[in-house]
Design a protein. Structure first.
Length: 332
């Protein structure tokens, strides 16, 4: 299923039901008196977040959504039923923007629920117009229209660990080893065209599609997915040992992150040198020493070496746990 991370849809709350003109006695309106009920309120529109990253795909085929209209009033002073509310399901990590007002709604936790639009009020039945001077009102009013607007929904993935790096750095391969994910792997750039998610012992890992120099300015695929990195707790920066300029490769990605949002450079980061099976130990040692001058957290591994993959997993999980502890302390 293709990953959809942004969509614009038209949404309308339900119209109110109409008030009605009714009488207790059809033979004599004056003597029987009015008993026409009010219309019911139209359904509201809500957005609710659940854990399903592919939810937005349903909005590609259906662009217009509307809550149920309120029922009309009835005789015997009966008020029409309220229309059913419409609940738009969106992935956890969604930002919903009302394009008419500019109001933004963040749904970053599972179960978050926000009111987007209110249904219209029901119209008044003729009984509500009865007064001492008007004992037999023949007036009823229509229901009011529900609110409506276009909404832009974008998903900003919330992951514990985000795998970033140039194309062919080995991100998808490592994701597959760290979790039960089955991300597509290929020996050519841009194999990954959409973020892949995996679960490693309850920790969510996201493979962010390959960044290139100029991604922050709109080149390649990376600019489309840079926003997903913003809500990732820990960054795993993968660099293939096939690269001759390890430091240059590292700095390229760091520069793109900074140009997109300087705050990204403040995230916890571990550098993972991949494909150790393709070079000798001297090359690995040199690369590790060079990078440790910039970042003390450096790991070298091969996805074919279970022990090195396990070490990487343990380091990443420990960093996520430390991040959570820091966040808890700040809240206190």
């Amino acid at each position: 299923m293709a990953f959809v991370d942004e969509v614009t849809i038209s949404v309308k709350a339900g119209n109110g039901g109409n008030g009605v003109v009714r009488w207790r006695s059809d033979k004599n309106e004056e003597r029987g008196g009015p008993n026409g009920g009010n219309g019911g309120r139209g359904g509201n529109v809500f957005a609710r977040a659940i854990r399903d990253v592919h939810l937005l795909s349903q909005y590609r085929t259906q662009k217009a959504w509307e809550a149920q209209r309120g029922k009309d009033g009835e005789a015997y002073s009966l008020i029409g039923e309220t229309g059913d509310d419409l609940e738009l399901l969106v992935p956890v990590g969604s930002l919903v923007t009302n394009l008419a007002t500019g109001e933004k709604f963040s749904l970053y936790k599972e179960g978050d629920r926000v009111l987007l639009l209110r249904g219209g009020r029901g119209g008044r039945g003729n009984e509500s117009f009865k007064s001492s001077t008007n004992q037999a009102p023949k007036t009823a009013t229509p229901g009011l229209p529900g609110e409506e607007a276009d909404f832009y929904i974008e998903v900003r993935l919330i992951a514990d660990i985000g795998l970033v790096g140039l194309p062919s750095a080995g991100k998808s391969s490592l994701l597959n080893e760290l979790s039960r994910a089955k991300a597509k792997v290929g020996a050519y750039p841009f194999t990954t065209l959409e973020p892949n998610l995996g679960d490693s012992y309850g920790y969510i890992i996201s493979d962010i599609p390959g960044l290139i120099e100029g991604s922050a300015a709109g080149k390649g695929l990376g600019h489309k997915f840079l926003r997903h990195i913003k809500r990732t707790k820990v960054l795993a920066h993968l660099i293939s040992l096939e690269n001759e300029d390890i430091l240059g490769t590292y700095n390229t990605i760091r520069k793109e992150l900074e140009e997109y949002d300087p705050e990204l450079l403040k995230k916890k980061e571990v550098v993972i040198l991949t494909k150790t099976d393709l070079v000798d130990d001297a090359v690995v040692g040199r690369a590790v020493n060079e990078l440790k001058a910039l970042n003390p957290d450096v790991i070298a591994l091969s996805v074919y070496d279970d022990e090195s993959v396990k070490r990487a997993r343990d380091v990443l999980i420990a960093m996520v746990d430390a991040h959570k502890e820091d966040a808890d302390e700040q809240e206190e």
